[in-house]
Design a protein around this ligand. Structure first.
Ligand SMILES: [Zn+2]
Length: 280
């Protein structure tokens, strides 16, 4: 009896010495997971694959959004809550390959290449976007799950590879919803409108910063209905669908960019529904 007691008493000590990471489940390239954790120290920082990841916290409970890039090389995904060099807790995700569908298009390559004027415009706009993406709010603006901006048929889903004349040219890293010109487009969640203007590729576009490097964008609009700087609530109408920019017809393009990577909006909706469902 005594021996058994001693054995169990020592067990937690042994576990402390080399605590295994908490396993958070699986993630596929292009997906999102939310890590909820107890903050072990007020100065604790979170690192994933050795890079800092910002999180939202009430001092005790914290939430961070973890993402796996579409271009993942499937290396193991581990995160550590650290104070200085000391690891307070660690977490792991299993990265599992995902084969995204391809669509084959035949096009005149001359039509794909931009002329000098268009290229100059597109480059200048990219610089503006890069600046915006680098200055996200330092906490989440939202306290509710994300919603899809439309419920209509998806004419193109996230991750579809685009093969032009049998050469893989890119991939569609957003979701296209069937929409006529002039349909109302609601914000997927609360956030600050950081851009509402006409862009070369996506035409009239609204970009919302939801905080901590979580952004959603709405492209090819016929009209924007809010101005830059406005805080919008989830469901607020931000514009009307259309066919502006480089598009073959009217639809809504919805993009989700987190920590500099385009991820699947459906994954963000599902994950935030899971995580935020028990909140008040
Ligand atoms: Zn699209």
């Amino acid at each position: 009896m005594k021996i058994i007691f001693l054995f169990t008493a020592f067990l937690p000590l042994a576990a402390c010495a080399s605590q295994p990471p908490l396993h958070l489940g699986n993630i596929h390239p292009g997906e999102v997971r939310i890590l909820q954790f107890q903050v072990k120290d007020p100065e604790a920082k979170l690192f994933c694959r050795d890079l800092p990841v910002r999180y939202s916290s009430n001092g005790k409970l914290a939430r961070a959004i973890l993402i796996e890039t579409y271009f993942s090389d499937l290396t193991p995904y581990t995160c550590q809550q650290k104070k200085g060099d000391r690891v307070l807790e660690s977490y792991s995700l299993k990265v599992i390959a995902k084969e995204y569908e391809a669509e084959f298009l035949k096009v005149d390559m001359k039509k794909i290449k931009l002329n000098a004027k268009d290229q100059k415009r597109a480059d200048a706009e990219q610089l503006i976007l890069d600046k915006i993406y680098a200055s996200s709010n330092n906490d989440f603006f939202f306290q509710l799950p994300f919603q899809e901006p439309m419920t209509s048929f998806k004419t193109s889903i996230y991750g579809k590879k685009r093969v032009y004349n049998n050469h893989k040219k890119g991939q569609h890293l957003g979701i296209d919803y069937r929409a006529a010109i002039g349909e109302k487009v609601p914000a997927a969640n609360r956030g600050r409108v950081v851009l509402a203007r006409d862009l070369f590729y996506t035409g009239w576009t609204v970009l919302i910063d939801h905080g901590l490097e979580v952004f959603t964008n709405y492209g090819h609009l016929s009209k924007t209905l809010i101005s830059e700087g406005t805080i919008v609530e989830k469901g607020d109408i931000i514009g009307l669908s259309g066919n502006t920019g480089r598009t073959s017809g009217p639809h809504l393009h919805w993009g989700v960019k987190i920590q500099g990577q385009y991820v699947d909006g459906m994954s963000l909706v599902t994950e935030t529904e899971q995580t935020f469902k028990n909140d008040k």
